[in-house]
Design a protein around this ligand. Sequence first.
Ligand code: PEP
Ligand code: MN
Length: 341
Amino acid sequence: MMIVMKEGATEDQIQAVVDRVESVGCSAHVSAGEVLTVIGAIGDRDRVAALGLEGAAGVDHLVPILKPYKLASAQFRKGERTVIQVDGRKVGGEHFSLIAGPCTVEGRDQTLEVARVVAENGASMLRGGAYKPRTSPYSFQGLGVEGLRFLQEAKEETGLPVVTELMDARDIPDVVEVADVIQVGARNMQNYPLLSEVGRTGLPVLLKRGLSASLDELLMAAEYVLKEGNPSVMLCERGIRTFETAYRFTLDLMAVPVLRELTHLPVIVDPSHAAGRRDWVQPMSLAAAAAGADGIIVEVHNEPEEAICDGPQAIATERFAEYAEQLQRVAEVAGKVLSAA
Ligand code: PEP
Ligand code: MN
């Protein structure tokens, strides 16, 4: 149930509603918009209805949320879009985020070199995995804590916030020291205990769509983070499995306008993992921006031929300036401005 407060409702009136919702064992999530405050009551709908909140001080009206994902639903923010703040950068709304960097942190020089190039050419954030979800247990699994240190150094030098993947809740203390955004990878989208733990860190989350997850399932996964009181979730379309085998994954760009209708959360597109080949990354990035994506997360490498992981899909640092410039032009046509500090 969504409780819409009157314009000008006082803090005391809002708190009184929260207390009453909690008194029947439900949780209350307050969303303060520009004009209106909305309280999402999560739990047994009948118990909330029995409270008779329609007549309570400061309450305007009640709206049942029919979607199974309540906090993620567009209804919950009454059409207002969520804008997430990441160290001075804004994600969502009219802001376009360019998140760029290597698939994997391989070493100090590689990380710093890529970070410098993407920073000089307008990137909003630096990506790079210190913990890697690899299909084979015999493949390189990431540098772990050492990799986090290189990301920290790159952040200090370039000022770029860091997006990095967390796979295991036991690594949270190390990851939160460095990460500005925690990435939850496609393979962990339905790792519900991990999602709840990530929610409790309070850090912004980039949640990737599972390889065979529907949009409803993606939104339910986001709900796990949101229900911990963490409102900063960006959804990421990164390609899904279909019958097509000519490329790595099918980039579902329909997800962009559809998610923008279903949810208030920002939608980021990852063209790298879908394409699997760098010459297909640029056209799909432009298409994503044209479709209204709130940003792109893209893999970049200083020596793609030598990359330990995902080299064929990495944009070479020499080509990044041109890539970023074209992407920015299309994002502007779609009504967005590149998000920088
Ligand atoms: C990645 O971003 O490097 C990655 C492993 O992504 P995904 O979880 O989408 O496969
Ligand atoms: Mn990768």
